[in-house]
Design a protein around this ligand. Structure first.
Ligand code: PLP
Length: 385
């Protein structure tokens, strides 16, 4: 089935790239665990030569994810970080990237501690004000890199406004859409050039494999990234491609529950006497609630809240029985993390303070368990503070 904009999201998730196997009729995509392919003669083959370059299971996943994000093509990588590394590997020494100042901590770690050694420049600004992006663009700027909502402060960036600035200034807009998934946010439709995901999160959805994807709006980016898959080799294995193909079949259904339960948990937390502050775009008092309603078709499962201190956070986290303390997000199980010591430890105390991440902050990825069990668990744990 070709990418068909007339089909609904859930239908595309289940059928695009997921057609029955032509050889056997198997309804699931076969896993091709092969390193190479027999050739009929010199230069004569069936389209596959070596699995670093291409693999049929990977090709199916790439077709599927391109269809879900509305891109011309997708390229999958061994992790979200490998995907982000591939994006900036399209640049060259002397190029500059304007980045949001509240990204997943691993992204500035890659940019500042690895990529900048090769002569690329990165600057960090608050992209929740689109004018800051305009001001941040320099002569040598080639990309603007944003996450929306941000991790963990849940600040939004206006993708339509930023993409029109980028188009005018001839700069590519890259959006990390991991938190929302293509189900709730479609950056390419809003003008983005490249969309990145850690497929480890909602796309896979079951916390059983790492992966990353870059979805491209332009064929020239797709070509460059295919070359980087071949040249640098950080590709996703056929088995892990298959896990994501299986995961995305239920993406629409999972996201509906994540969103419904997320709203209930956020309402509960916002009224709890032990919760000092809330960061969730679905709440009416979130400063960008109106933008959230315009730009996203749901509010998702990610909620950050303030417990007041490291001691309070630790006391509460130790008492959890249903929710689990752990890094990552987007799985069927509710995961709670502590940004200051986990995802954002690499920023250092000064870096965290500069953008407002405190030691008492806790981030929850609301899973699809019975929501009453989640609320009761959070209630008993918070009451321990
Ligand atoms: C928003 C976001 N982008 C990228 C990544 C990196 O993905 P991975 O862990 O698959 O390398 C993460 C990981 O937590 C993330 O939360």
């Amino acid at each position: 089935m070709k990418k068909n904009k007339q089909l609904g999201f859930a239908t595309r998730a289940i059928h695009c790239g997921q057609e029955p196997d032509p050889l056997t009729g198997a309804v699931t995509v076969p896993i091709y665990p092969t390193s190479t392919y027999v050739q009929q003669g010199i230069g004569e083959h069936k389209g596959y030569e070596y699995s670093r370059v291409s693999n049929p299971t990977r090709a199916r996943l790439e077709e599927n994810l391109a269809a879900l994000e509305g891109g011309v093509a997708a390229r999958v990588f061994a992790s979200g970080m490998a995907a982000i590394n591939a994006v900036v590997s399209m640049l060259k020494s002397g190029d500059h990237v304007v980045c949001g100042n509240d990204l997943y901590g691993g992204t500035p770690r890659l940019f500042n501690q690895v990529i900048s050694n090769f002569g690329l420049e990165f600057s960090y600004i608050d992209t929740s004000e689109a004018e800051n992006v305009e001001r941040g663009i320099r002569k040598n700027t080639r990309m603007v890199y944003v996450e929306t909502p941000t991790n963990p402060l849940m600040r939004l960036s206006d993708l339509a406004a930023i993409s029109s600035i980028c188009r005018r200034r001839k700069v590519d807009l890259v959006v990390d859409n991991t938190f929302m998934s293509p189900y709730f946010q479609q950056p390419i439709a809003l003008g983005a050039d490249l969309v990145v995901h850690s497929t480890t999160k909602f796309l896979n959805g079951h916390s059983d494999g790492l992966g990353g994807v870059v979805v491209c709006a332009k064929p020239e980016h797709a070509e460059k990234l295919a070359f980087l898959q071949k040249a640098a080799g950080a590709i996703l294995s056929p088995f892990e491609c298959w896990l994501v193909l299986r995961g995305v079949k239920t993406l629409a259904a999972r996201m509906e529950i994540h969103d419904r339960s997320g709203r209930i948990v956020a309402d509960f937390l916002s009224q709890h006497p032990k919760v000092k502050a809330m960061f969730y775009p679905g709440l009416k008092n979130h400063p960008q609630h109106a933008l959230a309603k315009k730009q996203m078709s749901g509010f998702g499962a990610m909620i950050t809240f303030e417990t007041g201190s490291l001691k309070n956070a630790n006391r509460m986290l130790k008492r959890l029985r249903v929710c689990s303390l752990g890094e990552s997000l987007g799985g069927v199980e509710t995961l709670i993390s502590h940004p200051a010591t986990m995802t954002h430890a690499a920023l250092g105390e000064k870096g965290r303070k500069a953008i407002g991440i405190t030691d008492g902050m806790v981030r929850i990825s609301v899973g699809i368990e019975d929501v009453n069990d989640l609320v009761n668990d959070l209630d008993q744990a918070l009451n321990a503070i």
